[in-house]
Design a protein around this ligand. Sequence first.
Ligand SMILES: [Zn+2]
Ligand SMILES: [Zn+2]
Length: 98
Amino acid sequence: MATLRAYKCQDCGLTATVSGGEDALFSGPTNTFYCKSCETLQDIVLPLVRPSLDAPIENNCSSCNSTHLVEWSSLKPCPRCNGSLALDPTDNFVIDAD
Ligand SMILES: [Zn+2]
Ligand SMILES: [Zn+2]
């Protein structure tokens, strides 16, 4: 069960509905990443098994398939402008996804 919340950056207007950190869906553990290529925040299901111990875990953007992803959590500043990305007070609904 994951809880998704609406976030909005007060400085650059970036919006996203994500869990804002490590979470878990029925399909596996998730984490929130920012894609530098298409400038979106998204929750990505992490691979459960690494191909090998030395292999870096590569996650792909679900929109553009880029691997230029940076981990983001709600404790961090906006990954696009370093501004204040916080819960959107005008759209603060909570979605329970499973
Ligand atoms: Zn921003
Ligand atoms: Zn992307």
